[in-house]
Ligand binder design. Structure first.
Ligand code: COI
Length: 369
């Protein structure tokens, strides 16, 4: 492993007052359209001994050689986490160490340099402190943190890059999806396209998992769906949805309510929200919680028997998104998620938000300011 950069070496150059941009209204935020006044950059140059000193500076464009490996071979990765302004006005991160772990795994896979996650968390915390007025004063919005690592070496060889850039930018965001009144989304399962395969990178947060989904997502959108539900194999196993992991709530053979999500078999992004839901809900005594292979046949069958209660997506960007409709071949599955008396998705969402916005103290939430 590389010798990591250190937060003690952080150099800070603040924006001049005339460089500061006005903050948008919460109602205009959307997702990832606005950026804050500062950014973090950490260069890696193998010839200079590896990681250089981290720098916080006014937000600026990058300058890249057109041959930079990231631009040709997608030698890059990204992460997504959020800073929340709590009821006590303190700013919290949610399990950032899990994003750091995942980032290092993706770096390894693409020959990008690894680093000490705690050091990056400290640098990011400083960046968020500097731009803290950008953390929305609202419980429907957050500051989305986007760490990115790209191979910058300007040569065409498909090899580990000798130079790289880790940068972190911040974007105040509200809801990811544009939905109708009830906030439910609709997804389309297209068995003719595949997102990931065994031995691939479906379990790593690399840009190349997302770019090639655009065409299929556009086809789904034409049919009135928000995103694609990615299936795998002849049995049409559910893996994940465009920007989220998937959960199903149903009545099992024993007559008990079961919360279920596909297992981490290499085809699925190991979501921080996904993991947190499994950990939290496994303590709820009225619910059976499982990771299990779920096929489209099973979903169709459960629905026919009236035992399919809910489906929802979970992710940092989408938080918890109830799903009310699934298109699949000739099937149009109406999921009664929105008509449950005490839906599991709402309980999960309320629990997560209570932790994230500091309504309850919980070890998942880390106060940084
Ligand atoms: C997330 O941060 O939750 C994501 O899945 C990123 C997404 C917008 C691609």
């Amino acid at each position: 492993p590389e010798i990591s950069f250190k937060h003690e070496d952080l150099k800070v150059r603040l924006a001049a007052p005339y460089q500061l941009t006005p903050k948008p209204e919460v109602a205009d935020l959307g997702f990832g359209k606005y950026f804050t006044d500062h950014m973090l950059k950490i260069n890696f140059f193998k010839q200079l001994g590896g990681w250089q000193k981290p720098e916080i500076m006014p937000f600026e464009n990058l300058s890249l050689h057109p041959a930079a490996k990231a631009l040709h071979y997608a030698i890059q990765l990204f992460e997504g986490l959020k800073a929340y302004r709590g009821v006590d006005d303190k700013i919290r991160l949610f399990r950032p160490e899990l994003n750091m772990e995942r980032m290092n795994l993706a770096a390894q896979r693409s020959g990008l340099p690894t680093f000490d996650g705690d050091e990056l968390i400290k640098c990011v915390s400083r960046l968020v402190q500097i731009d803290q007025e950008w953390v929305p004063h609202s419980e429907t919005s957050t500051l989305y943190i986007r760490p990115t690592l790209i191979g910058t070496e300007p040569t065409f060889g498909i090899m580990a890059p000798e130079s790289a850039l880790l940068f972190v930018i911040l974007s105040p965001v509200s809801a990811y999806y544009k939905t109708g009144g009830d906030g439910a989304v609709s997804i389309f399962a297209d068995p003719n396209v595949v997102r990931a395969f065994p031995g691939g990178v479906g379990n790593r947060k690399v840009g190349s998992n997302y770019g090639p989904t655009i065409e299929a997502t556009a086809r789904a959108a034409k049919l009135g769906h928000h995103q694609v539900l990615w299936l795998f194999g002849p049995n049409h196993e559910l893996t994940e949805v465009g920007a989220m992991n998937i959960f199903v709530v149903y009545i099992n053979e024993q007559g008990d309510k079961q919360l279920s999500t596909p297992p981490l078999n290499g085809l699925i992004l190991p979501g921080v929200t996904r993991r947190s839901i499994l950990e939290l809900a496994s303590q709820w005594e009225d619910l059976v919680v499982t990771e299990e292979v779920l096929t489209m046949d099973k979903i169709v069958e459960l629905n026919k028997k009236g035992r399919l209660l809910e489906m929802f997506g979970a992710g940092t960007a989408v938080v918890i998104s109830p799903i009310s409709r699934v298109g699949f071949l000739e099937h149009e599955i109406r999921v009664p998620t929105m008509t449950q008396a005490q839906p599991v998705y709402q309980r999960v969402k309320d629990t997560l938000l209570a932790i994230q916005y500091g309504h309850i103290e919980h070890p998942y939430a880390k106060v940084i300011s």
